[in-house]
Design a protein around this ligand. Structure first.
Ligand SMILES: [Zn+2]
Ligand SMILES: [Zn+2]
Length: 170
């Protein structure tokens, strides 16, 4: 009664699978296993696009804002740690949390809802990039507390910025 189905991409391959979105018959080698069931490659690509709306200038904005703000934050931490070495790193930890929130909020505002995983990863890399001058300075002149301060700053801001940007609330 049921007519045999043939894969849309391989007309000589009989199959029982259909894409659960567009109903197209697909063979096992064309089917993509997704959390919502088997789908054809076209539907998977279409779905991906929805979550990948960033344009080329968003990458410049994301990385630029993240590294600029991170540069300022890491310099402030370097100054605080050099004035009060011992308690400086405790203040650094508090400032890092604030900086992470400020950086991700600023990046998000400029992006206006456009997103992509690569954009979040690159913006987070911008945080590290922006802190580089202060980190290098700390290794040369900062001593133990200087290095500790920058270490704490990056240890807190890097994961926090990534999670904030990707929509994860800590
Ligand atoms: Zn499909
Ligand atoms: Zn096929």
């Amino acid at each position: 009664m049921t007519e045999p189905l043939y894969c849309a991409n391989h007309p000589n391959r009989e199959t029982t699978l259909r894409c659960n979105r567009c109903e197209k018959p697909i063979c096992t080698s064309c089917a993509v296993h997704t959390p919502t069931g088997y789908r054809c490659q076209e539907c998977v690509n279409a779905q991906k696009k929805k979550f990948d709306t960033a344009e080329w200038h968003d990458y410049i904005i994301g990385v630029g804002i993240a590294s600029m703000l991170s540069l300022i934050a890491s310099i402030i931490i370097a100054i605080i740690v050099s004035i009060i070495p011992f308690f400086g790193w405790i203040i650094a930890a508090g400032l890092a949390g604030g900086a992470a929130s400020l950086i991700s909020k600023s990046v998000k505002r400029f992006l206006g809802g456009r997103r992509s995983k690569k954009l979040f990863v690159l913006s987070t890399a911008g945080v590290v990039f922006g802190a580089l001058p202060a980190v290098i300075f700390a290794f040369i002149f900062g001593g133990l507390y200087g290095i500790l301060g920058q270490g704490i700053y990056l240890f807190i801001t890097v994961p926090a910025v990534y999670y904030y940007l990707s929509g994860f609330r800590l």
